[in-house]
Design a protein around this ligand. Structure first.
Ligand code: NAD
Length: 374
């Protein structure tokens, strides 16, 4: 059996998770997928019940799992809680404790949603980029850090951008491996022109490429240029690999090319453990959306697309991942929409109706395939 820990979290989390769970159930029933789920608290709901955003018991469960599926954490109810035990601290702790160093953020534009982008349709049509962001190093964690008072009364804030060979190689390796399964192209981004850490990043990515991945096309780009190129000609990219800070910004920029927060999944991967398993957390990129939580109008597809990523990256279930993504594409092509992606002439569905429509489409696709084989 494949053990999955479900962390619905706060706000719209439980609503979108419920639809993801039905999808997982569909694959168990129709493909004997052997996916076993258990549920835990994280974020605000965990603070309310256990006094902490991530309890040791849930952390242990996550450590032992084959994959984790999280919906979202946070909300105004916990805005005044001490920074160290805020809902988001639970998520940061999970990423840190499991050493999830590679964050995968696909930005894919479905044909049916091409007009949702803020860019012109001909620029984003067919777009399919994967950003691999280093997640556990760099300036967000580097020492020294802090705010100090200077003798002249001024204050000084310090953060340190720092990377080691090992940290660069392991994330670049993920990018090269994934590129081999896509269009075989990696663009590595840093600021080697003005930062020593960027110079090291470029040298080490180049060295790894020469030693192990010569078959993959590699180019280097300054991160500021990459920000511009993502708007000018995003289709030039396949896999982009970059550090924590630049990745934070570039992946948010790339996600906006698709125009729909409710459609974007992500994965955060750790190293291969001694038992041969890789720690992995799958989650939509959106937050807990307190403005629409509890109304049954949230888009569950980002969470369900995160399930497709889980099939692909944790369980090697490529056929199932393709089928799930195809079913999503089909329902969009049929004009079925939740409020956030609603367009003229389309049919508006609630969260649960979207989940049900997806199961119906999966049934239809399965019988078409069976009929085609007969
Ligand atoms: P958000 O992503 O929750 O919402 C931004 C906007 O997008 C809102 O208008 C919301 O209604 C809409 N939206 C988001 N997801 C949607 C979906 N699936 N379907 C339809 N519409 C959707 O970001 P925010 O408002 O800045 O943050 C709200 C809370 O979520 C905060 O407490 C924040 O800290 C937290 N947050 C958590 C995560 C996470 O759990 N990984 C990420 C971002 C923000």
């Amino acid at each position: 059996m494949k053990q999955i820990v479900l962390l619905p979290g706060d706000g719209l989390g439980p609503e979108v998770m419920a639809e993801a769970v039905k999808t997982i159930g569909w694959f168990n029933k129709n493909f004997s997928a052997g996916l076993e789920t258990s549920t835990g608290d994280i974020g605000g709901c965990s603070i309310d019940k256990h006094g902490v955003p991530l309890s040791d018991a849930i952390l242990k469960k996550c450590r032992e799992a084959d994959a984790i599926l999280l919906a979202a954490v946070g909300g105004p109810k916990w805005d005044k809680v001490d920074y160290a035990i805020r809902p988001e601290a639970g998520l940061l702790k999970l990423r840190k404790e499991l050493e999830l160093y590679a964050n995968l953020r696909p930005a894919k534009v479905f044909d049916a949603l091409v007009d949702a982008s803020s860019l012109k349709a001909h620029i984003v049509k067919g777009l399919d980029i994967l950003i691999v962001r280093e997640l556990t190093g760099g300036v967000y964690f580097g020492e020294p850090r802090g705010i100090e008072k200077l003798p002249n009364g001024e204050r000084r804030g310090v953060n340190t951008q720092v990377y080691t060979t090992h940290e660069i190689h392991r994330v670049a390796r993920v990018a090269f491996e994934l590129a081999r399964k896509r269009k075989n192209k990696v663009t590595s981004c840093e600021k080697a022109n003005v930062m020593e850490s960027g110079k090291l990043w470029r040298e080490e990515v180049t060295a790894l490429h020469q030693a192990e991945y010569k078959d993959v096309e590699l180019s280097h780009m300054y991160a500021d240029n990459c920000a511009m190129q993502l708007l000018r000609n995003p289709s030039q990219f396949d896999v982009i690999v970059t550090d924590n800070l630049f990745g934070d910004i570039l992946s948010d920029e790339a996600s906006m090319l698709t125009g729909s927060l409710g459609m974007l999944p992500s994965a955060s991967l750790g190293g291969i453990r001694p038992d041969g398993k890789r720690a992995a957390l799958y989650e939509p990129i959106h937050g807990s959306a307190p403005d629409i939580a509890g109304k049954n109008i949230a888009n569950p597809l980002a969470t369900i697309l995160s399930v497709a990523m889980m099939f692909r990256y944790s369980f090697d279930m490529m056929k199932e991942a393709d089928l799930l993504e195809q079913a999503i594409e089909n329902i969009l092509n049929k004009g079925l929409r939740t409020t956030d992606i609603m367009a003229e002439g389309c049919k508006k569905l609630s969260t649960s109706e979207m989940g049900a429509a997806l199961l119906g489409e999966l049934d239809a696709l399965k019988s078409t395939k069976v009929a085609a084989r007969a």
